[in-house]
Design a protein around this ligand. Structure first.
Ligand SMILES: Nc1ncnc2c1ncn2[C@@H]1O[C@H](COP(=O)(O)OP(=O)(O)O)[C@@H](O)[C@H]1O
Ligand SMILES: [Mg+2]
Length: 312
């Protein structure tokens, strides 16, 4: 549904987006992850035709955004960075205006507006000027605007920014519910969001793609992948730690909470060897848990120019 081909954007000497290519099929929610200034918003602006690329293009449902912008834009819903809207309009006026420029009128426009108002839960603020709304409601009005024409491709630039935890949860549920029929890109710097709603994540920094995979695949690169949390009744003395550290496949042992965390070398499972050792030595184990891996480790390591070597 969406194909990004070699997008480049320079602002004077700064290369904000540096040869970014990827495709997003129907049914995928792609998390676009990166630190501030990574080039996420600039990439989204080029995909949606808001900004002309220095090079490259985006194809939306078969239409090239550079050469066929009108049909391409018919298939795109876009929540721009900061969810801009006319501050002195009410959401009711604003969505009416958006319906009009999307080509809907009368009963059809009203039906579409009611549908998104219910989906995004903004009924209670429909007649209040947008400038008087909380950041969370403004964001939701922006999302309602993006969904009005039920687009095949949704580009949401930080859709949950400014929402409280309940609103974040609701927004993620709305995104998840739309997933089967659409191709969706959301930008975020919240790793928990990627794990909650994204089927795939692309990590970018300095305008370049540094990693691309499912959240689980990326988490496998974490030093916490297959690490084991272990709690032993009576605590773990230096001897216990030394025996654990000497096991084949163990990269290191650290204190974690009331117990220990045993890191695996290269992410291979070590839980079996740890359980066997505990049984042999007669340790009374009160907790044993295998870690999946942490996206935040991977993110930090990948996006830091000079990564600190993982403690081992
Ligand atoms: N209109 C512009 N003029 C000059 N530099 C810009 C402009 N827009 C963005 N940039 C720069 O491009 C880089 C990428 O910005 P942006 O795409 O907004 O990053 P992100 O959304 O990942 O935080 C940043 O260094 C930013 O300062
Ligand atoms: Mg941004």
């Amino acid at each position: 549904m969406l194909e990004i081909r070699h997008l480049v954007k320079s602002f004077g000497p700064l290369i904000a987006v540096d040869d970014v290519s990827f495709t997003v099929p129907q049914g995928e929610v792609l998390g676009f992850l990166g630190p501030n200034g990574a080039g996420k918003s600039t990439t989204m602006k080029m995909i949606t035709g808001f900004l002309a690329p220095t090079a490259g293009t985006a194809i939306i449902c078969g239409y090239d955004i550079a050469t066929q912008p009108i049909p391409a834009k018919r298939h795109i819903g876009y929540l721009p960075e900061g969810a801009p809207a006319y501050p002195d309009m009410t959401p009711d006026n604003f969505l009416g205006f958006i319906a009009h420029i999307r080509g809907f009128s009368g009963e059809e426009a009203r039906r579409r507006i009611s549908r998104v108002v219910e989906m995004i839960r903004i009924a209670e603020v429909m007649h209040q000027p947008i400038e008087t709304l909380s950041k969370g409601y403004k964001r939701r009005v922006g999302v309602a605007q993006a969904l009005l024409h039920d687009p095949d491709v949704l580009i949401l630039d930080e859709p949950t920014d400014g929402l409280d935890p309940n609103q974040k949860y609701e927004m993620r549920s709305v995104i998840a519910a739309m997933r089967p029929n659409k191709a969706i890109i959301i930008s975020t710097h919240l790793l928990e969001e990627v794990e909650a709603v994204c089927s795939r994540a692309i990590i970018i920094a300095h305008g370049r793609i540094l990693a691309d995979g499912t959240p689980a695949e990326l988490a496998q690169r974490s030093r916490h992948h297959n690490a084991v949390r272990l709690a032993i009744v009576g605590g773990a003395d230096a001897n216990v730690r030394a025996e654990l550290a000497a096991l084949p496949g163990v990269a290191g042992v650290d204190t974690a909470g009331n117990g220990l965390i045993v890191f695996s070398r290269g992410g291979d499972p070590v839980v079996g060897a740890i359980a066997d050792l505990a049984r042999e030595r007669g340790w009374t184990v009160s907790g044993l848990q295998v870690e999946r891996g942490r996206l935040d480790d991977v993110f930090r390591e990948i996006t830091t120019p000079h990564p600190i070597a993982a403690a081992a």
